[in-house]
Design a protein around this ligand. Structure first.
Ligand SMILES: CC(C)(COP(=O)(O)OP(=O)(O)OC[C@H]1O[C@@H](n2cnc3c(N)ncnc32)[C@H](O)[C@@H]1OP(=O)(O)O)[C@@H](O)C(=O)NCCC(=O)NCCS
Ligand SMILES: CC(=O)OP(=O)(O)O
Length: 696
């Protein structure tokens, strides 16, 4: 079941609030703990609150602090986007949403209002957010003032656009003229064959009408009478310029009378008509031109037992009439009539049973790199681990260290000379306070002699003598690895300067493999644009035989699972099925059979080519019966030449973040980096290492 649901629209005034209010009622009927979140709100004046949030929180009495219900205002987002910080926007939105997800059984998320220009950016942002929250979307399409063809086109376009990126639970076409509903339903059925449930809600006049309060606010009016009746709905308006005897015949139910402030005849006549059983009830009176009735008239009105709201504005009648025509109807917390009409409308037209069933059975396959990184950080934060970084004076290592310390995610020891490290921090202006980290120089460490002796004891059967052990422990990789062995740190990350062989050899020599593991291998978590793929082995075993390849596949599938990725393993080769022949293909085929025999439940396909593994269309054409082809999440390369260069090609050509190589099979976590790594790669690899250390 999904923990959240996203209500999105593609244009302004779609009547999204009706859907939000109706959905909120529906969800509260299923579970008591429903949260509400708006990733981006409109800009609000200081001291004021977003109207949508206010309405939902107060009407449904949701126990939620206002500040927790949104992440950014519209201008904050635009500013951050202009500074190239769109990733940070997304991270903060995910963080805020996830904290609600933890507190509530379900979270209703309301997208932006599309009340400004640049709607294509807004559409992209809404899709990006819903995708990264991993929740299904309900799209609200505005049917107001559109003919059926236009509505069907809009539904089709909205569906196709969203479906590319996210799971669309339902499309609700709102504000449709009641007379055209049955034809519209027919046209939708004929044109749109998407399997997505499409609902049509008619235009409800009482929801479309603005209240006196909205009109008074839009005109910056002064309320003279009837302050407590400002929720009156304005169903139509007319200018009282003619003689009273003619004007009152024009009044209709809910009319707003617009007249000059000195037309006492119209004002009093309209008030009388309102209480006469022979005339309709009016909604209010607007006095224009900054003219107020004389005191005697005001006194007369004050003494009446029943009035309607009377508001006064500065502008002339013509401008005011135009401005009133443009006022949009909104739903306020105090306007409980509109709220209950919204809810009853939703319940009448939407099949809530079907919708909640869809929500209950919903399962998303989407796992974006941002979600992956968010989950990693949250896991690492659960228990702080101590990580050692042997390349302490490298600029990238120091930048990553600054971020890690700032996030309070790990404790760090940097290996190196204290002066040199401080010099580098100053030179590159890195926001890292050395008081918050440990700095250890191997030969000055009080543990140095103990480490030398321990290494000697561990490796003397390999002809290592004490001098050799002393030389080894002077090396940062050996020293840091010994810290792990001794339990003086929980994990190590290195390789930004040193080669893989240099980084790993100490671990292979004395951290050793776990019981039942024959070879240490590695995976990269490749953060592609819309998914995270696991690539193995791209770092350690140059020419694995079929047994070793099978072990790499099994370990990589376990690593994927441990980090929240459902393993669907592709054993890569230049052949898909029996399309190609050769010794190397046979080795991959054999490895696949070994895995199938050892882990029968694992989804695995091999031999298979990369295109058939990741592209659904090609996968279906090359291996139509495969449950992995087209959707592989774990890609096992046949040898290191292929694996190492493929990960580098993907990383360099797509800009993907490559986290790793993360080693699998060692007794304690030691992880490598590429010498071409960035500070971001180091940051994420340290977090992965901390999680591995927690799992020890
Ligand atoms: C991993 C690698 C460094 C180990 O090779 P090596 O240094 O020649 O290793 P050795 O043969 O000296 O073995 C050292 C120890 O490691 C162990 N070892 C080597 N490879 C291992 C593996 N994949 N898994 C488990 N243990 C391994 C050996 O059994 C040996 O143990 P011992 O000394 O207690 O008997 C080597 O395979 C290598 O260079 N791989 C390619 C790395 C690379 O360049 N990658 C590309 C960039 S990421
Ligand atoms: C992992 C890897 O390929 O490392 P490097 O680029 O340092 O050789």
């Amino acid at each position: 079941m999904s923990k959240g649901i996203y209500v999105a629209t593609v244009e302004s005034n779609s009547g999204k609030s009706v859907v939000v209010l109706g959905l909120m009622r529906m969800l509260l009927g299923k579970t008591a703990k429903v949260g509400y979140f708006r990733p981006i709100i409109e800009d609000v004046e200081a001291g004021k609150r977003d109207n949508h949030i206010n309405t939902v929180l107060s009407y449904f009495d949701i126990d939620l602090n206002y500040k927790k219900t949104y992440a950014y205002t519209r201008s904050q987002v635009l500013e951050l986007y202009n500074q190239g910080k769109s990733g940070e926007v997304l991270d903060e939105i995910i963080k805020k949403y996830k904290s609600l997800e933890e507190r509530f059984d379900l979270v209703l998320v309301e997208g932006t209002d599309f009340s400004h220009e640049n709607s294509s950016l807004e559409l992209d942002i809404n899709m990006l957010i819903s995708k990264n929250l991993g929740i299904p979307v309900i799209i609200v399409v505005n049917g107001d003032k559109k003919d059926n063809k236009e509505i069907v086109d809009n539904v089709q376009l909205s569906h196709d656009t969203f479906k590319e990126e996210v799971d669309v639970l339902s499309i609700i076409t709102n504000k449709v003229e009641i007379d055209s509903i049955s034809n519209l339903k027919k046209a939708l059925k004929e044109r749109i064959n998407c399997g997505t449930n499409i609902t049509v809600i008619p235009k409800i006049e009482s929801l479309a009408n603005p209240t006196l309060k909205e009109i008074a606010q839009a005109l910056d009016a002064k309320v003279l009478f009837g302050k407590d009746m400002l929720n009156n709905q304005v169903q139509n308006s007319g200018v009282g310029a003619m003689q009273l005897r003619n004007y009152i015949t024009k009044l209709k139910e809910g009319s707003l009378v617009i007249t000059s402030g000195d037309r006492a005849d119209i004002i009093l006549g309209a008030l009388q008509a309102n209480i006469s059983k022979n005339y309709p009830k009016i909604s209010g009176i607007v006095l224009t031109g900054n003219l107020l009735p004389e005191d005697s008239i005001l006194k007369l009105i004050e003494g009446l037992s029943s009035v309607v709201p009377i508001i006064s504005v500065n502008d002339g009648t013509f401008n005011v009439t135009n401005a009133i025509g443009k006022v949009k109807s909104r739903i306020y917390a105090e306007n409980t009539d509109k709220i209950s009409t919204s809810i009853s409308t939703f319940e009448k037209y939407v099949d809530t049973e079907e919708l909640s069933n869809k929500l209950i059975t919903f399962k998303s396959d989407i796992f974006t790199p941002r979600m992956f990184q968010y989950n990693l950080l949250q896991r690492a934060l659960k228990e702080k681990k101590h990580i050692v970084l042997p390349e302490g004076s490298d600029e990238r290592v120091l930048r990553a260290a600054a971020r890690l310390i700032d996030a309070h995610v790990v404790d760090l020891t940097l290996i190196g000379e204290s002066n040199k490290i401080k010099e580098q921090i100053e030179k590159f202006d890195i926001p890292l306070n050395t008081k918050n980290i440990s700095i250890v120089s191997p030969q000055k460490s009080p543990h140095f002699e103990d480490y030398v002796n321990t290494f000697y004891e561990l490796r003397k059967h390999k002809d290592v003598n004490l001098d050799m052990a002393r030389d080894a422990m002077a090396d940062v990789s050996y020293f840091a690895t010994m810290m792990i062995h001794k339990g003086h740190a929980d994990g190590m990350v290195s390789g930004a300067i040193h080669t893989t062989a240099h980084t790993l050899r100490p671990a292979l020599q004395f951290i050793k493999t776990k019981p039942n593991v024959n070879i240490v291998s590695s995976v990269f978590f490749m953060c592609l644009e819309d998914r995270v793929s696991v690539f193995g082995d791209c770092a350690i075993n140059p020419n694995p035989n079929s047994e070793q390849l099978a072990e790499i596949a099994i370990s990589s599938a376990e690593s994927a699972k441990n980090f929240g990725i459902e393993p669907k393993v592709a054993m890569l080769s230049y052949s898909s099925g029996s399309s190609g022949k050769g010794e190397d293909v046979e080795r991959v085929r054999e490895a696949t059979e070994i895995v199938k025999a050892k882990v029968p439940n694992l989804k695995i396909e091999g031999p298979i080519q990369y295109d058939a593994a990741v592209d659904m269309r090609i996968g279906k054409s090359k291996l139509p019966d495969s449950e992995v082809a087209g959707q592989a999440s774990v890609l096992i390369f046949p040898d290191l030449n292929t694996g190492n260069n493929t990960y580098k090609a993907v990383q360099r050509e797509t800009g993907a973040l490559a986290i790793g190589p993360m080693l699998q099979g060692l007794n304690k976590p030691v992880n490598d980096l590429s010498r071409g790594c960035t500070a971001d790669d180091i940051y994420s690899t340290v977090i992965i290492t901390a999680i591995q250390a927690q799992d020890q």
